[in-house]
Design a protein. Structure first.
Length: 267
């Protein structure tokens, strides 16, 4: 694209490995796995490299949400949109009448808007700058036709060192805060969480005599992400998987309730 990244604002369009900061070098080698169209001028902040959902994972989550959500729900709210990885995937799915992307950091949302243009979905996403809890309570407090998707900050990489991650340790928002706030406005909530998340904590918010669907998104059997689905999502129809293809994204599902939420560590 012709737009030039405003480097002075902390927004970068690094197209050469020599430009890439040394502490981010591993992401340089993964850039095309994170963004398939990276070389077309993707904008990123330094922090975004740690939090953006890789495109294959974002696409699989978007397809899974689209297929399992009740037909009456036609609005998708991405509460922590970042530079647009998930919001763009949701918009590209074609499932939603409107995608709202909320992000409180001005330079990060500028990246998201730019990246949406690269993927041709800038007209399908409404970007909103601000705190997601305040925005939802003021602007989107009647969400009967909506799904809230949230990929919150995890508070660093401590989860990598723990076989089972305590979701109360997420910073700045623990699971209790996320669920209690979002459930005020929608019964349909999808939370993107560390793959080693404590299923007992996730199951705490299962409906009485009900379950929460947990889906691991895996490549060659290794979990890359976990989503917890709260609400009337329909997982009865199994989607065809190309598991025989090397590198194919697969879904491993399980239902958890307070009475049977035991787990083993994700691989």
């Amino acid at each position: 694209m012709d737009e030039v990244a405003p480097e002075k604002e902390g927004i970068h369009e690094w197209l050469d490995g020599d430009q890439f900061p040394e502490h981010l070098q591993k992401y340089w080698f993964q850039r095309k796995k994170i963004w398939d169209r990276y070389d077309e001028g993707i904008w990123m902040t330094e922090d975004a490299w740690f939090g953006v959902t890789p495109e294959p994972v974002a696409n699989k989550i978007a397809a899974h949400v689209a297929e399992s959500t009740p037909a009456s729900k036609d609005i998708l709210i991405d509460a922590f949109a970042g530079v647009g990885g998930n919001a763009i995937a949701f918009a590209r799915s074609g499932r939603w009448k409107q995608v709202f992307a909320i992000e409180k950091d001005a330079k990060t949302i500028k990246c998201g808007k730019h990246n949406a243009k690269i993927y041709g979905v800038d007209k399908k996403i409404v970007w909103v700058t601000g705190d997601c809890f305040n925005i939802i309570s003021r602007r989107y407090n009647n969400l009967d036709n909506s799904v809230i998707f949230a990929s919150p900050p995890w508070g660093g990489t401590d989860y990598l060192d723990e076989k089972i991650f305590d979701l109360s340790k997420m910073q700045p928002y623990g699971l209790d805060k996320l669920y209690s706030e979002f459930s005020k406005y929608s019964k349909h909530i999808v939370l993107y969480l560390p793959r080693t998340s404590d299923l007992n904590q996730i199951a705490k918010y299962a409906p009485k005599d009900g379950k929460v669907e947990v889906a691991h998104y895996c490549v060659t059997g290794a979990s890359k992400a976990l989503c917890a689905y709260y609400g009337d999502f329909d997982f009865g129809q199994e989607e065809p998987e190309a598991a025989q293809d090397e590198g194919a994204m697969e879904i491993e599902k399980q239902s958890v309730g307070e009475e049977n939420s035991s787990q083993t560590a994700a691989s």
